[in-house]
Design a protein around this ligand. Structure first.
Ligand code: AMP
Length: 369
């Protein structure tokens, strides 16, 4: 700690990372380049992040003894996924700084709380309603209309825990299929494109945003990200300003992603916030090879209490996710001039599993395998 009470790590200090997936792995690699060590905590013995750190804790998130030992070994704790159990965050934050702070988790783990929070800042989202029963869903449809998207309030990702509702839908069956007691109904947004802003906020309140990213999904999973997004600069400026306001209102330290819809309108396109991810994000992977600093390094700098970098993009960048057995194409990608291949070291290439990604800076499309 410094005299001002702010945490400031020194090279050689240790960052504890909750979660052992590819995001934890890339955070640990970025930390290593800055002379910082990482210890990864994950219940999965096959965690990809375990491969790149010297010390790891393989234990359940509810294992208080393991959490206490982990806290004793590290100088600061961060996380690579937003569903960190509240009790885990409490045990750790009693012993070490946990960044970003626990209030961020409370808000971003619950779609309803998150949308209420975003609206409270005067930032627009799709219309939404709290739904707790089939009758509640029927009532919400009366106000919001159809088509609409019903989403579980918690634990949704990559399109899981949500369903599109169209005219004529069997409301009772749709509610039963969702297998939840708490959901929200969102008006369907006829978006023109999806974008995200990756923003970093330092302990001193400085915010640095990467250039706005445009995202293409396939089967609800991110397939390509392009930077910069094909939107007017005034809209890009608005997107960065929204992310900055959100990060500031959360008193956020670290990197966060704000996903937004670009909606066409008579007086030009406007933005609606879809989701906040309180962590490094798949749509920011292009920064590893396409910018002077990566989202992972920015996160490490922020939680270490170090100055943030001012990111400079190297050119037009495309990131392609290698999903499921697409990873078997890696040798072909390795031969593509200008392509940078990242493989996460995961075992089984199950359908829908993110196995790696490829970055191309100003890629001619003809080069793709
Ligand atoms: P989410 O889990 O909220 O990020 O949603 C996953 C994907 O579903 C988004 O990236 C959109 O492509 C689509 N989606 C989610 N909500 C809506 C909505 N209200 N209107 C239209 N598409 C949506």
């Amino acid at each position: 700690m410094t005299a001002s009470g702010l945490l400031k790590l020194k090279p050689g200090d240790t960052i504890g990372i909750l979660g052992g997936g590819q995001l934890g792995r890339m955070l640990a690699l970025a930390a290593a380049r800055l002379g910082l060590r990482c210890q990864v905590f994950s219940p999965d013995p096959d965690s990809p992040a375990f491969d790149v750190v010297q010390y790891a804790t393989c234990a359940e998130y509810a294992d208080v003894e393991a959490l206490e030992l982990f806290a004793a070994d590290v100088d600061v704790v961060t996380y690579e996924f937003e569903n960190v159990p509240a009790a885990t965050a409490m045990v750790l934050s009693a012993r070490r700084p946990v960044l970003p702070n626990h209030k961020v988790l409370e808000i971003t783990q619950d779609r309803l709380a998150e949308k209420d929070f975003v609206n409270s800042l005067g930032i627009a989202t799709a219309p939404y309603a709290d739904v707790a029963s089939a009758a509640g869903l029927r009532a919400a449809i009366t106000t919001i209309g159809l088509p609409a998207v019903v989403k579980t309030r918690r634990f949704g990702y990559d399109g899981k825990g949500q369903a599109m509702l169209r005219e004529g839908v069997d409301i009772d069956a749709a509610w039963t299929d969702l297998e939840t007691k708490s959901a929200i109904l969102e008006g369907f947004v006829p978006f023109e494109r999806e974008i995200s802003v990756i923003a970093a906020r330092g302990a001193d309140g400085q915010v640095e945003c990467f250039d706005v990213t445009e995202n293409e999904h396939r089967d609800h999973i991110l397939k390509h990200s392009h930077a910069p997004a094909r939107i007017p600069e005034t809209l890009a400026e608005q997107a960065r300003s929204i992310a900055t306001r959100i990060a500031t209102a959360l008193d956020y330290i670290g990197v966060l992603a704000v996903e937004m819809f670009v909606v066409p309108g008579e007086r030009g396109p406007t933005l609606l916030v879809n989701e906040i991810a309180p962590r490094v994000h798949n749509s920011g992977h292009w920064t590893l090879d396409g910018a002077s600093v990566s989202q992972f390094e920015q996160h490490i700098r922020a939680i270490a209490g170090w100055p943030l970098a001012k990111p400079v993009r190297h050119g037009a960048v495309t990131m392609t996710n290698l999903i499921g057995d697409e990873v078997n194409d890696y040798t072909r990608w390795l031969m593509v001039p200008g392509a940078t291949v990242h493989l996460y070291g995961k075992g089984a290439a199950r359908p829908g599993r993110k196995m790696g990604h490829v970055t191309e800076v100003a890629p001619p499309t003809s080069r793709k395998p």
